[in-house]
Design a protein around this ligand. Structure first.
Ligand code: PMP
Length: 405
């Protein structure tokens, strides 16, 4: 209760969803098997519910074969599994025109973005075109585009790179400045759905208006797929790229979804060989599980935990929270913080803080988080949450942070 006697929105969410969350948390063997530990690094990779582990076991013990090659039942089942996996991703992304779009499996977001930069972007760009690169986002969403520019330049096709403008205080994109810099030659804009350091929703629904109808928008959804509803029916973007392992599937999974409306068709080049069939089985099961759990509720739960952490952490001496400081509550109209809170201590190095936190059982990430060169210049500690995390873990973490502050 606050002083006025009203409950804050994050408190309401935690109360309302408490029973639902307890039932879900119980489905993660690695979490329930380690009661003394708190996994707070889900932005790096998420833990897997039993349904995903069972799907992997079932596939490997009943149907394991190669896809698109043999004609016997196990091979046919595997071929179907991969086809159904593509359809499952389209459904998960609320694809309004699945007969037209394409899904390509990758090992993760990095490989997905590189595939687009290598196989699609060079066919789309012409001499004198411009691309917008989000230079303070994850390096996986920067390096591939710069590499494509270098390769095109070697062929005499010169493409201009415009750094994405950011708002200083929040870490959000500066949509007004973007509208000013975007011109008729701005053909391709790379953006991120949820920032992996600042935890802010990057308001990508505003990008289309800023860059116009013809530019292709590519969305890095590594931190949103599996954490909140991602609807390509609502978001006017051309590509969505994500990592399955951050959405509770096995490592080595991910996908590129392509709307196939603007520019040439996306056809990954080269001979791709045997697909990661067991990875596809895990991803299909993970998306089933996430849909049944409800990504809207997962979003509410993790945002409420993040608000609980930021609301108290900002009153602790010695700590600085990175990203949006004016919209820390779950109901903020300014910029929604998702389940990521990154901070540093003014005197203790983030590396030391990370070790200290692990000595109390908290697994966090403390480094520079693969952020692009326009990002933070000093390491920080990142707490990233998923549906298995609890308010009790946040409170215990705050107690430890307060004791060192
Ligand atoms: N983009 C963002 C926003 C990320 O957070 C990450 C992972 N930290 C990546 C891309 C790269 O994902 P992966 O390592 O699965 O390729």
């Amino acid at each position: 209760m606050t002083a006025s006697g009203t409950r804050t929105p994050d408190r309401v969410a935690l109360d309302e969803l408490g029973e639902w969350q307890r039932a879900l948390r119980a489905q993660f063997p690695i979490i329930t098997g380690h009661p003394g530990l708190a996994y707070l690094d889900s932005a790096a990779t998420a833990q897997k519910p039993r349904a995903v582990l069972d799907a992997v076991h079932d596939y490997l013990t009943t149907s394991n074969a190669n896809a698109g090659r043999g004609t016997y039942p196990w091979a046919n089942r595997t071929t179907d599994l991969v086809a159904r996996g593509r359809d499952r991703i389209k459904r998960f992304l609320d694809d309004p025109a699945p007969e037209r779009s394409a899904v390509h499996f990758t090992s993760g977001t990095t490989e997905g973005l590189r595939t687009l930069a290598r196989d699609w972007l060079p066919r789309f760009l012409a001499d004198g075109d411009e691309i917008v690169v989000p230079v303070a986002d994850h390096r996986a969403n920067i390096e591939p585009w710069l590499e494509a520019r270098r390769l095109l330049a070697a062929q005499g096709v010169h493409v201009g790179v415009r750094p994405m403008p950011y708002q200083r205080d929040s870490g959000d994109y500066d949509h007004t400045a973007l509208a000013e810099l975007a011109g008729p030659r701005t053909r391709f804009v790379a953006v991120t759905h949820v920032h992996h350091v600042y935890g802010g929703d990057m308001n990508v629904h505003r990008i289309r208006r800023a860059v116009g109808d013809d530019a292709v928008i590519c969305l890095d959804a590594a931190q949103s797929v599996g954490h909140l509803p991602v609807s390509v029916a609502g978001l006017d973007v051309d590509f969505v790229v994500f990592s399955g392992h951050k959405a509770m599937a096995l490592p080595g999974t991910g996908a590129v979804w392509a709307r196939q409306v603007r520019g040439p068709e996306f056809v990954p080049g080269g001979w791709s060989g045997t697909p990661n069939t067991v990875g596809v089985a895990s991803l299909t099961a993970a998306l089933d599980w996430l849909d049944a759990a409800g990504t809207d509720r997962i979003e509410r739960w993790t945002a409420a935990l993040a608000a609980r952490l930021t609301d108290r952490l900002r009153h602790l001496d010695g700590y600085e929270i990175l990203g949006c400081r004016t919209s820390l509550a779950a109901d903020s109209p300014v910029q929604q913080r998702r389940g990521i809170v990154t901070f540093r201590h003014r005197e203790i190095s983030s590396g030391d803080l990370g070790f200290l936190l692990y000595s109390h059982g908290f697994m966090v990430r403390s480094d520079s988080h693969c952020q692009g060169s326009a990002g933070e210049q000093t390491d920080s500690v990142r707490v990233s949450l998923h549906v298995y995390n609890t308010a009790d873990e946040i409170d215990r973490l705050l107690t430890v942070l307060a004791s060192v502050g």
